[in-house]
Design a protein around this ligand. Sequence first.
Ligand code: ADP
Length: 347
Amino acid sequence: MSVVPHAVVELRGVSKVYPATAKGGLPVVAIDDVSLTIEAGDVYGIIGYSGAGKSTLVRLVNALELSTSGQILVNGTSITGLSERELRPVRAGIGMIFQQFNLLNSRTVAANVAYPLEVARVPKAERTARVAELLEFVGLGDKAKAYPDQLSGGQKQRVGIARALATSPSILLADEATSALDPETTHEVLTLLKRINQEFGVTIIVITHEMDVIQTIATKVAVMDQGRVIERGDVFDVFSNPQHAASARFVSTVVKGVPSAAELETLQARHAGRIVTLTFRDEAVDQTAVFGELTRAQVAFEVVYGGIHEIQGRPFGHLTLSLLADDAVVDSALTRIRTLTTVTEVR
Ligand code: ADP
């Protein structure tokens, strides 16, 4: 489904300050002057360590909490200062899924999914049909009468997703939705979220502390640190060229391309040649041309570390080589290679 781009969530200079909890304590600035635009059809990842302000941001977007200053627009409507009654339709347009699933254990799977429809006073027949359709969509058509306790974590999250979609929201907020799941189940749930984005055009905001979740599903990412957005952009750009140390740390959890100082020492001890790291970013860097230079200069080479990743369908990675030839020959080959890509050498 194609979506005409327009801002579905917009934060303009938003701050949230919690008053000091203990006497003499300091107020906590949970969100510090954040401006962010999330467009229709985005899968927008928000990543940060624990305490960065991610959950607070989510609670501000669905108006569970009020910002201290700034403005928040959802589908073009400013939600700042709306009454509870005015907020109801805004909230109905936002589905949520949670780390701990938040299912009602006394209700069957079908009754859990039906719950938001009951709240919205959807007639019974319509409700039943919609629940059946949703359970089918998430692959749980045969679990309608089961209770949450009888399901695996991945199945519980799929119930959570069906419930979140019940009222056909245009936005889905996923708050650490895969953090309690094993890697394989995580992948299943992320694949399902991707389908929801692509088939229904639902804008998805993924809150996570795991960079591989961002790599798997997000098209855009904002990195949060101490209440601020320190970096944002297309996932490929942030992964291949992070601008902040904190972003680089997140990226290094999934892109393990550059040897650490200790690893470099081991490589140098093991290989007689000069150790250099080449960066391959997108089709812009032609591997054939790079290796062609080495072959032409008769530099013997061996790939000793690194790899090429596929990020948003584009290649990116680092390859560390051991280069064996006279120093002057290696130098002149590297000079030519530097015109093609970034070369890092620690000597
Ligand atoms: P994250 O989701 O990234 O882990 P949070 O949004 O939960 O971060 O928290 C951001 C900061 O705000 C933290 O310092 C946290 O202790 C503080 N905080 C969150 N909620 C409250 C609250 N209700 N009262 C006081 N401080 C809070």
